[in-house]
Design a protein around this ligand. Structure first.
Ligand code: NBG
Length: 843
């Protein structure tokens, strides 16, 4: 398209100037001296500072800008290649991207950590971490699902797969957690306050999205009846792009996050009437769409706004994809050959209706052609079986905000159910179960059903979960269209979660395996060669000890608690939820405490039990669990009888940044969810990668972790998902507490107020839930859990054995690299291939 001109843009011509570094790795300035030059320029011109007197934050900003320049060189060269070769690309649609701090990661990706260290020394800084610590975490997600999206974006770039991540640029991300008197307090997360150097605003790529209004039918120029939507309101989506570079490759994708703005900043009609506040009102209303990330508390508050958020980012993203075809001269009919659209859970499921609307109403395609394109391009990942997390929208609310989308959905449903009738005539119950519109309790649109009706592939995120998706979540659809259902077990990126987070172990791996290991997990198995080599095991243990010392220092700085880095670090970090059973862990601690009080410390080893995680603000029981952990910690930590055998720590405000400190330091990973309820888990993989041993149930990806690392290197306990299902169906025995004396005593002690300064009522809801219906089966697994913890202690008392098992966990965790998962998506779902670019000058 050389020489062509888009209105308002400069002509694209080979004669126009390019930066000297463009497309040229040799002139790309990756030396320390180049970084110093870049930083100096940015300090001076971008930040308006002299190098003399620059603060740590200034230096963080300057280094980030200098690094971003180097990403841009690659990003623009990659974009040129995409424009030229027009390959198929992935569009990963997700309401959450928990990307974590960017600077350290991008230094690692570019391979310039040492150069950055040296550059900073020129500014009088001897410790890179002091500058890295300046970065505010972009908290654009709740937990696992959002972090998975970030790992996948990184792997896509590292595997050189063209991809865009589409989401929302929330002004306020997940709340910051404070702990006051043992209770969680939520603080607004102002991550943008100090400026965030990683995004580039692209106003000329803005999109317009409608809401409300009515629909009408009009005849087009060929006399055909067409639907037209006349929205009452329009909002503008403005792209904020974050470059995503792959590991030691030149492909640099992007995360395109949409910020909402008013279609017209200022309503002059209102202003001319003298109504200044009315004039800015619409602007304020539109901007609220991208203000805040919803914590997943299932509350009704703001449901309307949440639906607006979803429709907003999905519409902008699909318009953007369609525009990319137009710009590259590709016919709209070829959409599915150029875009693989992945729906990360149901939040973007409205894409099914929006793509149909855009293709039929705006681009004039026939319904059947549009449907074929939609279902060929869209695939859907389910991330949970918990009913409260499966989104449904009240029909009235839906109609008032998205009247045309509702018509489209009703038409999809009508045709879908016709197809079902043909396959299985006369089964009205089946139709009711499959219908996208749920009519059991007022009419509601079931977003998961919409996604299932359209998607050519539907996957769960671990073996057991995908099986349950087939057999219990969508059994009818899976019976009618078995070929559409598949599994892709989650993965995590070994770059951030090992190379970056655990530099000591990274150095050891560099020496043992060569520096390619972060992108070549098949090499990790070679570690087994050293499993009986005392000197190597000593170095392995040394790396772990270094990480533990760092975490101990951080805990002391944050909480004032002094912990012993030689004790067993027993860690449970994740969102607080009853199904994840942090309260099983805490109850077990009460039982251990009772044992110790009786002088029964046989076989116990010094342990530091570390918790971390946020509770959804509206989830009272989860917040009470946090309070309970603090109550138990307070008593145990203050009791001299415990003799240094037990210490309990709660790390406030758990996030990606803190995770990078915690995973490398863990000896034991607690993965103790009620079997059948954790879809996969990804924290479990990060621990394994870092050489922690797991104590866990047969749930989610724990099953595959155990298969990979070997049963003898995994502490297994608890009922299976079938046994839990059976117990759930036939009810649990009433006298079950009789068989678990330690649990009964522990519950009595809690009820007596021993962990709540004598207040017997404080933890009553928790105790009543366990003593009563015990919906998460703590008691069913309690004895087994306790016995398994004893086995952990016995193994810990044989340090050489423990270290050997730690090494085997890392050596055998290659399967859990997100590269493997992304390859599976590429081959089995998306049909996309890598696009390599070798950067040469002027490409
Ligand atoms: C979470 C599951 C985890 C899983 C992640 C990523 C949601 C809705 N689900 O088990 O609870 O690891 O998704 O797939 O956040």
């Amino acid at each position: 398209m050389s020489g062509s001109q888009t209105p308002g843009l400069a002509p694209s011509s080979a004669d126009l100037p390019l930066p000297a570094s463009y497309g040229d790795p040799q002139r790309n300035g990756l030396s320390a001296a180049d970084l110093v030059d870049g930083m100096t320029e940015h300090l001076f011109y971008t930040l308006g500072r002299q190098a003399r007197g620059a603060s740590h934050h200034d230096l963080y900003m300057a280094l980030s800008y200098a690094v971003r320049d180097r990403l841009m060189t690659r990003h623009l060269a990659y974009k040129d290649e995409l424009r030229r070769l027009r390959p198929k690309a992935v569009a990963y649609l997700s309401a959450e991207f928990l990307i974590g701090p960017q600077l350290g990661n991008n230094l690692l990706m570019l391979g310039i950590v040492e150069q950055a260290r040296e550059a900073l020394r020129r500014f009088g800084i001897n410790n890179l971490d002091t500058v890295l610590d300046e970065e505010e975490e972009p908290g654009l997600g709740n937990g696992g699902l959002g972090r998975l999206a970030a790992c996948y974006m990184e792997s896509l770039a590292s595997l050189e797969i063209p991809a865009t991540g589409y989401g929302i640029r929330y002004e306020f991300g997940i709340f910051d957690q404070l702990i006051e008197h043992g209770w969680q307090v939520e603080i607004t997360d102002g991550w943008l306050k100090g400026g965030w150097p990683w995004e580039l605003i692209q106003p000329e790529r803005s999109c317009r999205v409608g809401f409300g209004g009515h629909t009408e039918q009009v005849r087009d120029e060929r006399g055909e009846l067409r639907h037209r939507w006349v929205p009452a309101e329009a909002v503008i989506g403005i792209p904020h792009d974050v470059p995503v570079l792959g590991f030691r490759v030149n492909s640099c994708n992007r995360l395109r996050l949409w910020r909402a703005g008013a279609a017209e900043d200022f309503d002059f009609h209102a202003f001319n009437r003298g109504d200044y506040y009315g004039a800015v009102e619409q602007k304020v209303g539109s901007e609220t769409i991208s203000k805040v990330l919803y914590p997943n508390d299932g509350s009704d508050a703001g449901r309307r706004l949440r639906l607006r958020q979803q429709a907003f980012f999905v519409s902008c993203s699909l318009q953007d994809m369609l525009r990319s075809l137009v710009l590259r001269g590709i016919p709209i009919e070829a959409f599915a050959d150029h875009w693989a659209v992945q729906l990360n859970d149901t939040h973007p499921a409205i894409a099914v209706a929006e793509l149909m609307r855009l293709l039929v109403d705006e681009h004039g395609l026939g319904w059947e052609v549009a449907w074929e394109i939609t279902s060929r391009s869209i695939a859907f990942t389910n991330h949970t079986l918990l009913p409260e997390a499966l989104e449904c929208w009240d029909l009235g609310l839906f109609a008032s905000l998205l009247p045309r989308h509702l018509e489209v959905i009703l038409e999809i449903n009508h045709r879908y159910l016709q197809e079902v009738r043909l396959r299985q005539p006369g089964d009205n119950d089946l139709l009711r179960r499959l219908s996208i519109i749920d009519e059991t309790d007022g009419k509601r649109v079931r977003m998961a059903h919409l996604a299932v009706a359209a998607a050519h592939r539907i996957n769960g995120v671990a073996g057991l979960h995908s099986e349950l998706v087939r057999t219990s979540l969508f059994p009818d659809a899976a019976r009618l269209w078995p070929e559409r259902f598949t599994n892709v077990t989650n993965g995590v990126t070994p770059r951030r979660w090992l190379a970056l987070a655990h530099p000591d172990l990274g150095t050891l791996l560099d020496e043992a395996l060569g520096t390619a290991w972060p992108a070549a997990p098949e090499l990790w198995q070679r570690l087994e060669t050293w499993q009986n080599d005392a000197a190597f095991l000593e170095r392995w243990a040394g790396a772990k000890r270094a990480a533990k010392e760092r975490l101990a220092a951080l805990i002391e700085a944050r909480t004032g608690q002094v912990i012993d880095p030689t004790s067993l670090f027993d860690v449970q970090v994740k969102r607080i939820h009853e199904y994840k059973r942090q309260h099983l862990n805490a109850l077990q601690l009460v039982a251990q405490y009772l044992r110790l009080k009786r002088g029964d410390s046989d076989g116990m080893v010094p342990r530091t039990v570390i918790f971390g995680g946020k509770a959804a603000p509206g989830y009272a029981m989860a917040k009470l669990i946090i309070r309970f952990i603090h109550g138990v910690a307070g008593v145990i930590n203050a009791d001299p009888d415990v003799h240094g055998l037990l210490k309990v720590v709660f790390l406030a405000d758990y996030n990606v940044k803190l995770g990078e400190k915690v995973y490398p330091a863990a000896d034991l990973s607690e993965q103790i969810s009620t079997a059948g309820l954790e879809a996969s888990g990804t924290g479990n993989m990060k621990f394994t990668l870092n050489g922690a041993l797991t104590i866990g149930t047969l749930d989610g990806a724990n099953i595959e972790i155990r298969d990979q690392v070997g049963a003898e290197n995994f502490f297994l306990f608890g009922r299976t998902s079938e046994q839990i299902a059976e117990l759930r169906a036939k009810g649990q025995p009433h006298d079950r507490l009789e068989a678990i004396p330690l649990a009964r005593e522990a519950l009595d002690l809690i009820s007596a107020g021993h962990f709540s300064e004598g207040d017997g009522n404080l933890f009553r809801p928790l105790v009543d839930s366990i003593r009563g219906a015990d919906p998460y089966f703590l008691l069913a697994d309690f004895n087994d859990y306790l016995a398994c913890q004893d086995q952990v202690s016995r193994t810990w008392s044989q340090p050489a054995l423990w270290t050997r098992r730690s090494l085997l966990n890392t050596a055998r965790s290659g399967f859990f690299s997100s590269d493997r998962a992304i390859r599976q998506y590429c081959d089995g779902i998306w049909g996309v291939r890598p696009l390599r670019i070798a950067m040469t000058h002027g490409c």
